[in-house]
Write a protein that binds this ligand. Structure first.
Ligand code: NAP
Length: 241
C-alpha cells in the first residue's frame, strides 16, 4: 500500500517542492493550498503529465474547522495518514514595538497554531496505525532569533518546542516528530530581499550560496524513510548559524 502524506502550504516554494518529490517517490500526496489556487492546479497538472496523480485541497490551516475538513477528506479518500508535513507559513518584517495583536495572531496562528491543530487532527489515525511521521518546517530564526522578525522567530521556536515535546509523547506509539530548520531558501518569502543584499548574505554562508526548495525536500524524503530519528531540529542552512 502506498503511504499517504498531507503537505500544508504546497502551492508554492518549499511546500510545492516537498509535495512534488513525495509524489514522485510514489507517496499519495494531498497538497494543501489557501490563496494560490492556480499554482496548486498547475502543480497537479504538471505531475499528471508525468503520470502522477495528486490531490489538491483548499484550506486555511490557521482555522481548526478547515484543518478538520482537510483531514476528513484525506481519511475518506485513503483511509489512512502516514505523513504530515506542517509547512504552511508567513513572515512579517516590522519593528517589535510596531507589532499589533493582529500581527501576533496572524503569524502565530498560521505558523504555529496550524501545526498544533493539524497534528492533533492526524494523530488519532497514526496512533491507531502505531506508525507515523510528522515533519515541521521551522526556521533558523526559531533557533537564533531575527531582528525585525520577532513574532516569526517566536512561532518557529514554538514549533521546535512542539517537535521535541511531542516526539517524547508519541515515541511509544512509533510516531516520529522532527523539525527541519531551513536557512535562507530561494522562494517568494524572500522576494523583498534585493539581489545585492542576497549576494552579501551569501558571503556569510559557509557553502556560499542561498538554498533551494529541493535542499529541503531532499531532507524530507530522507526523514520519511528513516526509522530511528525523532525529536530533532535539523538545520539545512549551508552551515549558516
Ligand atoms: P512561500 O513561498 O511564501 O510559500 C508559503 C506557502 O504557505 C504557500 O504555499 C501558501 O499558500 C502557504 N500558506 C500561507 N498561509 C497559509 C494558510 N493560512 N493556510 C494554508 N496555506 C498557507 O514560503 P516558503 O519559503 O516556501 O516557506 C515555506 C515554509 O518554510 C514556511 O513555514 C517558512 O516559514 C519556512 N521557511 C522558509 C525559509 C525561506 O528562506 N524561504 C526559511 C526558513 C523557513 P497560498 O499561497 O496558497 O496561500
Amino acid at each position: 500500500m502506498p503511504k499517504v502524506a498531507i503537505v500544508t502550504g504546497a502551492s508554492r516554494g518549499i511546500g510545492r517542492e516537498i509535495a512534488k518529490n513525495l509524489a514522485v517517490k510514489g507517496i499519495k500526496v494531498i497538497a494543501n493550498y489557501n490563496k494560490s489556487e492556480e499554482n496548486a492546479k498547475k502543480l497537479k497538472e504538471t505531475l499528471k503529465n508525468e503520470g502522477i496523480e495528486i490531490d489538491i485541497f483548499k484550506a486555511d490551516v490557521s482555522r481548526r474547522e478547515e484543518c478538520k475538513e482537510l483531514v476528513k477528506y484525506t481519511l475518506k479518500k485513503y483511509n489512512n495518514i502516514d505523513i504530515l508535513i506542517n509547512n504552511a507559513g508567513i513572515s512579517e518584517y516590522k519593528l517589535f514595538t510596531e507589532e499589533s495583536d493582529e500581527d501576533w495572531n496572524r503569524v502565530i496562528n498560521t505558523n504555529l497554531y496550524s501545526a498544533f491543530v493539524m497534528s492533533q487532527e492526524v494523530i488519532p489515525n497514526m496512533i491507531h496505525n502505531k506508525s507515523g511521521c510528522i515533519i515541521n518546517i521551522s526556521s533558523i530564526w526559531g533557533q537564533v532569533g531575527a531582528s525585525l522578525e520577532v513574532i516569526y522567530s517566536v512561532s518557529k521556536a514554538g514549533m521546535n518546542g512542539l517537535t521535541k515535546a511531542l516526539a517524547k509523547e508519541l515515541g511509544p506509539s512509533n510516531i516520529r516528530v522532527n523539525s527541519i530548520a531551513p536557512g535562507i531558501i530561494d522562494t517568494d518569502m524572500n522576494k523583498h530581499i534585493s539581489e545585492i543584499e542576497l549576494k552579501e548574505l551569501e558571503k556569510d554562508i559557509p557553502l556560499e550560496k542561498i538554498g533551494l526548495p529541493e535542499d529541503i525536500s531532499r531532507c524530507v524524503n530522507w526523514l520519511v524513510d528513516d526509522m530511528y530519528t525523532t525529536g530533532q531540529i535539523i538545520g539545512i542552512n549551508g552551515g549558516w548559524e
